[in-house]
Design a binder for this molecule. Structure first.
Ligand SMILES: NC(=O)c1ccc[n+]([C@@H]2O[C@H](COP(=O)([O-])OP(=O)(O)OC[C@H]3O[C@@H](n4cnc5c(N)ncnc54)[C@H](O)[C@@H]3O)[C@@H](O)[C@H]2O)c1
Length: 259
């Protein structure tokens, strides 16, 4: 797919992997709308790439609808959707407090919140974006658009405490192929990236010794991934018209240990 001149929506585009992808798309001549809850960072990124910022919470139907309306009015109907909005939490399914011996289980509202953001939020944006893409004239090969979702290696090798996060990301992996099949007759491709450990603001907050240990645990290269390396794969998934229905790890060959 020829990228130059297309429009794109990048959720979670104010930071980390989404920001890097928004910048990489803009460098290819794509007009970019950033959907994020962080208005300060989102406005700054949008301004620096000549894009538009939309203050969107992906868990809200109304907010996402308003975001697409604003983005499409500013830069036209998007042919590209990149879903990077997401977050995680950690709690054991059930266990004992080390200090008091008290038995606790994973709080269900915290479990549900992660599913709502990472899984339902991703599907909400996919469904609403695809519905908009149906109004576009097809390009050569009958192609109308391309969608990239972000899962995690935790979809396959989730660690202790990651039941909610892994369930949400496993859901994103599981829906890749059926969505690609749903949209095949309309010429819309769907792929999902499973990042390993990337050097984003999420990770910057970790102490240096934790970051060093994580880097040492990667087979090769022995470092965290750069957001630009994620962005490069996301852009290729949009550009390469034969990329469809795939879930691809980008992780330096890491396989996460139980803890
Ligand atoms: N960094 C990693 O190592 C890593 C590894 C595997 C998967 N991932 C996934 O990649 C995606 C991006 O992560 P990142 O490391 O760039 O994180 P990040 O925190 O740097 O960026 C995430 C962005 O999503 C936004 N966001 C969060 N909840 C939102 C909501 N409800 N509505 C709209 N925006 C929302 C945040 O404001 C933030 O700007 C996430 O889905 C994360 O689970 C990251």
């Amino acid at each position: 797919m020829k990228l130059s001149g297309c429009s794109a929506v990048v959720t979670g585009g104010a930071s980390g992997l989404g920001e890097a992808t928004a910048r990489a798309l803009a460098a290819e001549g794509v007009k970019v709308a950033i959907f994020d809850m962080n208005a300060e960072k989102g406005e700054a990124v949008a301004a620096s790439i000549g894009g538009v910022f939309c203050n969107v919470n992906v868990t809200s139907d109304e907010s996402v609808d308003a975001g697409f309306a604003k983005a499409r009015a500013a830069i036209g109907q998007e042919r590209i959707l990149i879903n990077c909005a997401g977050t995680g939490n950690a709690a054991k399914t059930a266990g004992r407090s080390r200090e008091t011996g008290e038995i606790k289980h994973f709080p269900l509202d915290a479990f549900n919140m992660i599913i709502q953001i990472n899984l339902v939020g991703t599907f909400r944006c996919v469904a609403k974006s695809a519905a908009g893409m149906l109004t576009l004239e097809p390009l050569e090969d009958g192609e109308r658009g391309a969608i990239v979702n972000t899962a995690s290696v935790a979809a396959e090798d989730g660690q202790m405490g990651q039941a909610a996060y892994s369930a949400s990301k496993g859901g994103v992996v599981g829906m890749t192929l059926p969505i690609a099949r749903d949209l095949m007759s309309e010429g819309i491709r769907v792929n999902t990236i499973l990042p390993g450990i990337f050097n984003t603001p999420l990770m910057n907050n970790a102490p240096q010794n934790v970051k060093d240990a994580l880097a040492a645990s990667v087979p090769f290269p022995k470092r965290l991934g750069n957001p630009s390396e994620y962005a490069s794969l996301a852009v290729e998934m949009c550009r390469n018209s034969y990329f469809n229905g795939e879930d691809v790890r980008i992780d330096g060959a890491i396989r996460m240990s139980p803890r």
